[in-house]
Write a protein that binds this ligand. Structure first.
Ligand SMILES: O=C1O[C@H](COP(=O)(O)O)[C@@H](O)[C@H](O)[C@H]1O
Length: 236
């Protein structure tokens, strides 16, 4: 199932998505002690992170944050997905440091960095009924999500939760460490936050696809545990 929400204004789209996330968190936290939120990188989600940052009524100390993927650059690099998430959201003072789970790309070899993050995910999943609560995704102009690109072996991975990829064909053209489809699809709710600016025909193609059709893009392969996606789309 795919739910579509179209907007002409990024502020409004960020505000409404943030409110929807807040309500969902409060509902989930009625029946459990912690909430897991997986953050993607890229430019599109940053306004949503900035909007969430200002919601004081969120139960910040109960939220566990994870990163979908990381570019293998020094941790302080401006293109680091984690660094941007810190700048716009995770710098809030009432988030306990032990609730922030990130990918340390300064660990060598990089395969070990990927394995360390996979262990972190395993550990959390063991105590959370084998699922994450919410996954926030953006989509690249080629239909990639996290660092899962069409044609790359990472997209085909069936067993591991985290893998090291070959160098990306999009900037920054470095290796990435990414959650796999297996890991992303353990999410109970999947929200896409995208703009049609660089990918309007791709978006139309995806939106026109019927459920029984064959999927072509990584973005279409993330359906979560309930086989549904909610798309917030900024229309130009
Ligand atoms: O490279 C990446 O790209 C996607 C999409 O980013 P956007 O800039 O087009 O919004 C992002 O979600 C992913 O985490 C990142 O590593």
């Amino acid at each position: 199932m795919r739910e579509l929400k179209n907007y002409r204004d990024l502020d409004l789209m960020s505000h409404e998505a943030a409110q929807c996330i807040r309500e969902y968190m409060i509902e989930v936290l009625r029946s459990k002690e912690s909430f897991s939120l997986i953050l993607s990188g890229g430019s599109m989600l940053q306004p949503l992170y900035r909007t969430l940052f200002y919601i004081d009524s969120l139960p910040w100390e109960k939220i566990h944050f994870f990163i979908t993927d990381e570019r293998c650059l020094p941790n302080e690099n401006l293109d680091s997905n984690f660094k941007n998430a810190v700048k716009n959201l995770l710098k809030r003072s009432n988030i306990p440091l032990q609730n922030i789970h990130w990918i340390n790309t300064e660990i060598t070899p990089l395969e070990t960095a990927a394995r360390e993050y996979e262990k972190t995910l395993f550990h959390y999943l063991e105590s959370s009924g084998d699922s994450f609560d919410l996954l926030l995704l953006s989509m690249g102009p080629d239909g990639h999500v996290a660092s899962l690109f069409t044609g790359f072996t990472a997209l085909m991975e069936k067993r591991k939760l985290v893998v090291l990829t070959e160098k990306s064909l999009l900037d920054p053209r470095v290796q990435r460490i990414t959650m796999t489809l297996k890991a992303l699809n353990k999410s109970n709710k999947v929200i896409f936050f995208v703009s049609d600016e660089n990918c309007s025909s791709l978006l139309d193609e995806i939106m026109d696809r019927r459920v029984e059709d064959k999927f072509s893009y990584p973005a279409e392969m993330v359906h979560g545990t309930h086989n549904s996606q909610t798309w917030y789309i900024l229309r130009s």
